[in-house]
Design a protein around this ligand. Structure first.
Ligand SMILES: [Cu+2]
Length: 668
């Protein structure tokens, strides 16, 4: 079969049996676990005849609520992968001192920190944020769905396809060893001739299409599909932060696509955009990728800020303090986030004037951010604060993120950054703001809106356990890194000589173990929610005494969200409706126009994986074939006119009647 090298190359490109890591015990064990777990899952789905249900009700669904839930499931699954990489790194750094080499050789360790960063940002934080926005925004603005339902389904599957491409690199070939931003010339063909960087490029390009399209989708939805009366200064704060986030996605992600395309040209056709010679300029790559990279961190944190605004005002039982200043702060942060990117490489040598400019703009960002913190505190002031689980995550955020923000301002001082650049202090800082900010925000939002999505709350006991393990685990894991960074310890080291440092890495490893307990407890809070759903059930549709429009619907909301498009008078639309004595309509229903589910999204994403894999391994016939199939599928779908239907008025009446009766029975 592999006798004739030309034929072999023609058919399999550079893919050979050597690509399968039979020699690596860690990967063999991982493969065995994934294979057995996967087989068990597939077997159970087949045995319980769930494929049909999954295909028609979920995989092909164009319902923003279901797509939102699928994004969050993807984020939680990838969190397990991304966190197992973290545990591998923490244990290696806790033991690899002096004569002890540890169990991860350098080339494997480099892949792990690269994959960890890529997965946590692109396949955990991004799907988490996009999932929450997808589920909540149309409900908050009184819309039936997003502007482009099919595009929404396709965007989700392209994100999932990117995640699958990264996972394939675990068992076929290798992943990049360059760090999560793949700086050239290390990521160029001269220093990374293998498939690792190509996996990186194609996984991000495929997922990037999904992200950009969902960004466009949500911007159009928020601008064009708000309920009557909801002027922009009557939009809920979560919707405002989502609007700014998606504007940043539309502005920043094309830069990532372009810079990765230029790197691909260097790798595939031998151009010299980012090489060290022949006119290439590696720092151009670093500038371009951080022109995307810094807005990216605000793409992640702004929706979390939106979650905290909703949670604080709901659980303080008060209007949000300083609504207008909250909106202005969000817009100012959005604009400034595009003017700070060079603080990621003050050490490039661009001179005092340029560094001072970027140092000052970076410090200025802390002002609108600080304004938000004070607005949340003033909202709680004299409020009847209920410390339900979402509020616990919010309190944890306020303390943790503020400290992370302060170390950020410290790093924004170029002379200080010259000392701390690429040290463990920097690693502690960005985990401080991403875990303490984005992740705590996503957990708060998930616990807050879960009863809206499923009709029952997450288990509060395990929810609280998860919070306390995460909060204590975070500080045990990263406080030592701040200290090690101040002692000059560099990031991304696989082995150490100085034994006096070891105690700090052991404490950090203990912290990672506590976070693992936090993850397990979070999963248990979901499992026990389903087990105890009768006790945790909420028929009112408003388990927290919410203030914004999504709480006016029942839980879970009907596929069409609202039988009648609501009229809005205030950004706390639902509290206002309740104050005006809002009564659910009992008649006057109409048939409702709805888009039909379609399999085109998942098929196109599947073909994109095949195309990416073929490009990575130089299997040109497969690349051409899959590309042609993508074009044909897209064209066929565009001619499929049977794309929508009407829910008959009788069905709407039955649905609304059932809900009105349930509410009455609950005394709501
Ligand atoms: Cu930055």
């Amino acid at each position: 079969m592999f006798g004739n090298t030309d034929l072999q190359e023609l058919v399999f490109g550079r893919l050979t049996l050597e690509a399968i890591p039979f020699h690596d015990p860690i990967l063999l064990v991982t493969f065995a676990v994934v294979a057995i777990g996967g087989a068990a899952l597939l077997g159970a789905l087949t045995y319980y005849r769930l494929w049909g249900y999954l295909w028609t009700e979920w995989f092909t669904s164009v319902d923003h609520k279901k797509i939102g839930i699928m994004y969050i499931v993807l984020a939680l699954v990838m969190l397990l992968r991304g966190f197992s990489d973290a545990i591998l790194m923490r244990t290696q750094q806790a033991i690899a001192f002096g004569q002890v080499e540890g169990y991860l050789p350098p080339h494997h360790y480099d892949q792990i920190f690269t994959a960890h960063g890529v997965i946590m940002i692109f396949f955990v934080a991004m799907p988490f944020v996009t999932g929450l926005m997808n589920f909540v925004v149309p409900l908050q603005i009184g819309a039936r769905d997003v502007a482009f339902p099919f595009l929404n389904n396709f965007s989700f599957w392209m994100t999932a396809a990117g995640a699958v491409t990264v996972m394939i690199s675990l068992f076929v070939g290798e992943f990049a060893r360059t760090g999560w931003l793949a700086f050239p010339p290390l990521s160029g063909p001269a220093y990374s001739p293998g498939v690792g960087v190509d996996y990186y490029i194609w996984a991000l390009q495929i997922a990037g299409i999904g992200t950009l399209l969902s960004g466009i989708n949500l911007v159009v939805t928020i601008v064009k599909m708000r309920a009557p009366g909801m002027s922009i200064m009557k939009m809920p704060v979560f919707t405002w932060t989502s609007l700014c986030t998606n504007v940043l996605i539309v502005a920043a992600f094309p830069v990532l696509t372009a810079v990765l395309a230029l790197l691909s040209l260097d790798r595939y056709v031998g151009t010299n955009f980012f090489s060290n010679d022949l006119g290439g300029n590696p720092m151009m790559y670093v500038n371009l990728i951080w022109i995307w990279g810094h807005p990216e961190v605000y793409i992640l944190i702004l929706p979390a800020f939106g979650v905290f605004s909703e949670v604080v005002s709901t659980f303080s039982g008060k209007r949000l303090f300083g609504y207008a200043s909250m909106v202005y702060a969000t817009v100012v942060i959005t604009i400034l986030s595009y003017l700070v990117w060079l603080h990621h490489f003050f050490t490039m040598g661009s001179g005092a004037s340029v560094n001072s400019f970027f140092g000052i703009t970076t410090m200025i960002i802390s002002i609108p951010t600080g304004a938000k913190i004070f607005n949340w505190l003033f909202t709680m002031y004299r409020g009847r604060v209920r410390f339900e689980v979402p509020m616990l995550w919010t309190m944890g955020f306020m303390v943790t993120f503020t400290i992370g923000g302060m170390t950020g301002v410290l790093l924004a001082v170029p002379p200080a950054d010259f000392v701390l650049h690429n040290s463990l202090f920097l690693v502690a800082h960005f985990h401080n703001v991403i875990i303490g900010g984005v992740l705590f925000g996503m957990f708060a939002g998930t616990v807050y809106w879960f009863p809206k999505a499923f009709g029952f709350k997450l288990d509060p006991f395990w929810g609280k356990v998860s919070f306390w393990f995460w909060l204590s685990g975070f500080w045990f894991a990263f406080a030592p890194l701040y200290i090690l960074g101040l002692m000059g310890v560099t990031r991304r080291l696989q082995h150490f000589e100085d034994p006096s440092l070891q105690i700090w890495f052991v404490i950090a490893a203990f912290g990672a173990f506590l976070v693992l307990c936090g993850i397990v407890a979070f999963i248990l809070s979901i499992v026990f929610a389903f087990v105890r759903r009768e006790q945790l059930k909420d028929v009112t549709g408003d388990p927290w005494d919410g203030r914004t429009l999504e709480w006016a619907t029942s839980s879970p909301p009907p596929a069409y969200n609202f039988a009648f498009t609501p009229l809005v008078h205030d950004h706390d639309a639902y509290s206002d409706m309740k104050a005006r004595g809002y009564k659910r309509p009992l008649d006057g229903f109409k048939a409702i126009h709805m888009p039909r589910n379609t399999g085109a999204g998942i098929v196109l994403a599947g073909l994109s994986i095949a195309f990416g894999f073929a490009m990575i391994w130089y299997i040109w016939w497969l690349a051409a074939l899959s590309f042609a199939a993508i074009l044909v599928t897209a064209i066929v779908h565009s001619f499929n006119y049977d794309r929508d239907f009407h829910i008959p008025v009788e069905e709407v009446m039955v649905e609304e009647g059932r809900r009105t009766r349930a509410l009455k029975a609950a005394g709501a």
